[in-house]
Design a binder for this molecule. Structure first.
Ligand SMILES: NC(=O)c1ccc[n+]([C@@H]2O[C@H](COP(=O)([O-])OP(=O)(O)OC[C@H]3O[C@@H](n4cnc5c(N)ncnc54)[C@H](O)[C@@H]3O)[C@@H](O)[C@H]2O)c1
Length: 432
């Protein structure tokens, strides 16, 4: 099939590339000319395992193309995926300006049937508004038929290609037989369970899923506070809970809370959607409150352990909001580092992938180091902020030797407290 993907970010680039890999002819469009120019030169805008090779192969085999020209993309495609960003407004609602702009542009370029599929995470009833926007912008081409559908994306940064190719389920929200048939055919090679439903339910599935996962994280973080008070071990509690198949082990890792470009914005957008519809989703307000507190508690652990922060040297391991990506959007590292700098600390940082993007956030306010040992050098405290595998494999004796005071404060519980004790390192983690 001929597919246009509008918005070539984390979701659009992965979606377009994977659809090409499945044998479709795909053009990925973006309004950011520099991004498109780089992609044409096979320079990736993001770090995502396996992405570069897949892009390279599909470009070479002429199934994948990049463009800033939405007009020719729409003219030459039967299916158009909207994958633009839906950032939060100040009040927490999703800002749908980019979605509306794209819907307008598609309408202006359409001359025969198109299936317009929203893959961006959007509030329920966005499909209705996209349909309305396309209709009023078709103007004199009133007889041109089209369908709008919703197919939310569930990929995780860091394992995006694998997730796209092996989804737990594919959600198709469509209301005409034709739209359903096209999407079922398109997704068939993935051989995944399909949930075919109406557009509103599909839109709600995405916000409900992300809000549920965020709530699971806040739940275990709340349990971890109790563990600290009574001297229990939250990792063991999570293990014991997680073996219950009704609960499951994933998303039960206590830490410094969720960040990134999705959970914070999707939870607040879902609260707003409920509010607009006359329901106070107080459970989710509590999820947000626990999450915000979690990072403050981590900073307090650092303050309590170092007494005076001013002029202390603090190493920070991990800047990306999670391992496997270079994405710093809403990463806990930003609040932690900015708070410690305000209090007068000197910061040394290292992240295996996010160093380049981190320059934009921190400039010369921190010292960028070439590895974990350099970040530990001369420090009064080493903090673990992102659970990259390479940190789990560090030579602890060497880390201790590099530090001025052997103190590790671990926001991700990557070490065994006993192992740290044996290495002569004072070790604080979360809920243990
Ligand atoms: N990042 C994730 O892990 C993830 C996972 C699932 C769903 N989502 C959702 O998918 C959507 C996209 O997320 P993302 O992380 O890929 O965002 P992103 O910011 O990485 O990419 C969005 C892209 O859209 C482009 N764009 C904006 N307006 C445009 C226009 N009018 N024409 C062409 N291009 C335009 C931007 O230049 C940008 O490159 C969001 O709604 C997000 O919530 C994201």
């Amino acid at each position: 099939m001929n597919i246009a993907v509008i918005g070539t970010g984390y979701v659009g680039l992965v979606t377009g590339t994977c659809f090409a890999e499945l044998g479709n002819k795909v053009v990925c469009v973006d309004s950011n000319r520099k991004k498109i120019d780089n992609l044409k030169k096979l320079i990736m805008p993001i770090y995502e395992p396996g992405l570069e090779d897949l892009v390279r192969r599909n470009v070479k085999e002429k199934r994948l193309n990049f463009s800033v020209n939405i007009k020719s993309a729409v003219e030459n495609s039967e299916i158009i995926f909207i994958c633009v960003n839906t950032p939060p407004k100040e009040n927490g609602e999703a800002d749908l300006t980019f979605v509306e702009n794209v819907a307008k542009e598609i309408a202006l370029c359409m001359d025969s049937y198109r299936l317009i599929v929203d893959k961006s995470t959007v509030p329920v009833e966005t499909g209705k508004w996209v349909e309305h926007t396309v209709k009023i912008n078709l103007k004199r081409k009133k007889n041109v038929e089209f369908d709008v559908a919703s197919s939310p994306e569930f990929l995780r940064e860091g394992s995006a290609i694998y997730d796209f190719m092996h989804p737990d389920r594919i959600v198709i929200g469509a209301e005409s037989r034709k739209a359903k048939d096209i999407l079922i055919r398109l997704y068939k090679p993935l051989n995944a369970p399909l949930v075919v439903t109406d557009i509103k339910s599909a839109e709600l599935i995405k916000h409900a899923s992300n809000s549920f996962l965020a709530t699971k994280i806040s739940f275990i973080n709340a349990v971890s506070r109790l563990c600290e008070k009574v001297g229990a071990d939250t990792t063991k509690v999570a293990e014991g809970m997680g073996l219950d198949r009704r609960i499951g082990r994933s998303f039960l890792d206590a830490g410094i809370g969720y960040g990134g470009s999705c959970f914070p914005k999707d939870v607040s957008a879902f609260i707003k959607i409920a509010e607009k519809n006359g329901y106070d989703f107080s459970l989710l307000r509590e999820t947000e409150r626990i999450n915000a507190e979690q990072i403050k508690l981590f900073i307090k652990k650092i303050e309590d352990s170092l007494w005076i922060i001013k002029d202390k040297l603090i190493g920070v391991l991990g800047l990306a909001f999670k391992p496997g990506t270079d994405d710093l959007r809403n990463a806990p590292s930003i609040e932690i580092i900015n708070t410690l700098i305000l209090e007068g600390a000197k910061i040394r940082v290292f992240d295996p992938q996010a160093m380049q993007k981190a320059q934009e956030f921190f400039g010369d306010k921190v010292k960028f180091c070439k590895n974990a040992y350099e970040a530990a050098k001369g420090s009064d405290c080493l903090t673990i902020v992102t659970e990259w595998d390479e940190f789990k494999e560090m030579d602890l004796a060497r880390i201790k030797k590099e530090m001025r005071q052997p103190l590790v404060i671990d926001g991700r519980n990557i070490f065994d407290p006993e192992q740290m004790r044996k290495n002569g390192i004072r070790y604080l983690s979360i809920g243990r």
